[in-house]
Design a protein around this ligand. Structure first.
Ligand code: NAD
Length: 310
């Protein structure tokens, strides 16, 4: 079976697939047009987030049997078009929980201890001590929206900081899991009213698009913080900008954006605010998560389409 690898993935997965007898062509920088031209020659396509696999590519892939995404989000793949053609879509949502939850606390500490601001000002020759009054996480309430794989890891780390952890999810955890994690269930509006820090860990669906909008920001405590490492459109960022500028919120940490990279002038204003810590969608950009994505994807491909297993 011939597989085209269109984005760079860690070597472990590539080696495993070769060992299992697959023929691999590595074309890490392939353009959209080139991909469309050569895709009929392949039964498998492996991508990360760079390569756009839309309906046109899937239509052109007359021999395609699977598309493997080494990573979590399937935003760059037209999953409906693939399924309609009987093309299997595989991804590795299991790999991100540690990396994303560590980033959540990295960004949060950077915001509340003004680490990125101090770093930037000191590099410009300043000694910004008088602007650097921060606060502790201990005894603060963190509200987790979406307590799946990543939300649970955030809960565990928040407990280690001595925080009170409350959560909202469409599926309530079983009471024994709640006890084990030390978390309390709240309805969404109550969670927003009671949290010092709100962190989002839901998928982007029609129900979660702009889940946090102007009405919800109004409910949040004055001086609260919001963290988004899920998907940009889960927050109405225009409303967020308003609630940061009017001083209702203390600050925000954003790893994900509706436009990546942000392009509208109001988006640029949002990311330039001193009380907004931003990163360019790096939640699962760690050596460990990428290595695991490559190995897990290879395993899934071998299990579904190969003869040997790793
Ligand atoms: P998961 O599926 O394990 O958990 C999602 C949780 O959200 C589930 O418990 C589900 O019941 C809940 N949920 C779904 N719809 C809901 C709704 N309408 N209201 C309330 N709760 C709802 O997912 P995960 O692996 O924990 O990932 C969470 C998010 O993180 C996803 O959006 C994912 O795309 C994103 N993510 C971002 C990065 C990054 O690089 N920043 C990396 C990995 C994942």
């Amino acid at each position: 079976m011939k597989i085209l690898v269109a984005d760079e993935i860690s070597s472990e997965g590539i080696d495993a697939l070769k060992k299992a007898g697959f023929e691999l062509d590595l074309r890490f920088d392939i353009t959209y047009d080139e991909l469309k031209k050569i895709i009929p020659n392949y039964e498998g396509l492996i991508v990360r987030s760079r390569t756009k696999v839309d309906g046109e590519i899937i239509k052109a892939g007359v021999n395609l049997r699977f598309i493997g995404r080494a990573g979590v989000g399937l935003d760059n793949i037209d999953v409906k078009a693939a399924e309609a053609k009987g093309v299997v879509v595989l991804n590795t949502p299991e790999i991100a929980a540690t990396s994303v939850s560590e980033l959540v606390f990295g960004m949060l500490l950077s915001l509340v201890r003004k680490i990125s601001v101090c770093d930037r000002l000191m590099k410009m020759g300043e000694w910004p001590k008088k602007f650097a009054m921060g606060f502790e996480l201990k005894d603060k309430t963190i509200g987790i929206i979406g307590i799946g794989r990543i939300g649970k890891e955030v809960a565990k780390k928040a407990k280690a900081f001595g925080m009170r952890v409350i959560y909202y999810d469409i599926i309530r955890l079983n009471p024994s899991v709640e006890r084990e994690l030390g978390v309390e269930y709240f309805e969404l509006d109550d969670l927003l009213k009671n949290s010092d820090i709100v962190t989002l860990h839901v998928p982007l669906t029609p129900q979660t698009k702009y889940l946090i909008n102007e009405d919800k920001f109004k409910l949040m405590k004055k001086g609260a913080i919001i963290i988004n490492t899920s998907r940009g459109a889960v927050i109405d960022n225009k409303a967020l900008l308003k609630y940061l500028k009017n001083g209702h919120l203390y600050g925000a940490c954003l790893d994900v954006f509706e436009n990546e990279p942000p392009k509208e002038s109001w988006e640029k204003e949002l990311i330039s605010l001193e009380n907004v810590v931003v990163t360019p969608h790096i939640g699962s950009m760690t050596v460990e998560a990428q290595r695991m994505a490559s190995i897990l994807l290879a395993n899934k491909i071998i299990e579904a389409f190969g003869e040997k297993s790793l």
